[in-house]
Ligand binder design. Structure first.
Ligand SMILES: [Cu+2]
Length: 134
């Protein structure tokens, strides 16, 4: 029975797929976070709330990081808070009238997608991606 030979074109396609797969393995997106997400490196981050928006809408951090948020609420005479939630649970600050600075600790014990919002302003929302421990 004659063996089928793969055409050079098929081999090229397979090689291209392998290169693509290796490149995907080599990138730094284990949690699914967008590439331009701001990384929290030392467990501390400052979130600025101004004009009914956060200064960043995407954060990422390594799993098992205890994150300390400094929440810099700058809108004059407007109530805001920070509520962070996801597979690790939920932590929130009280609604308080700005300008004011709050602190919130969130223990990112579970990898995956978490969110942060101001409970009364839908425009103030962001994603917190927790990368699995490697
Ligand atoms: Cu608010």
């Amino acid at each position: 029975m004659p063996r089928r030979r793969r055409s050079p074109r098929t081999l090229l396609a397979v090689a291209a797929l392998l290169v693509g797969a290796l490149a995907a393995c080599g990138d730094d997106e284990p949690s699914g976070a967008p590439a331009d997400c701001d990384r929290i490196t030392d467990g501390a981050v400052t979130l600025v709330g101004e004009n009914l928006a956060w200064d960043t809408d995407c954060l990422r951090v390594d799993e098992a990081t205890e994150i300390t948020f400094t929440v810099d609420l700058r809108d004059d005479s407007v109530d805001h808070n920070l509520s962070v939630f996801g597979p690790s649970g939920r932590e929130k600050t009280p609604l308080e009238r700005g300008p004011i600075t709050q602190t919130l600790v969130y223990d990112a014990t579970t990898s995956g997608r978490h969110e942060y919002v101001c409970d009364i302003h839908p425009s103030m929302e962001g994603e917190l991606w927790v990368d699995p421990a490697r």
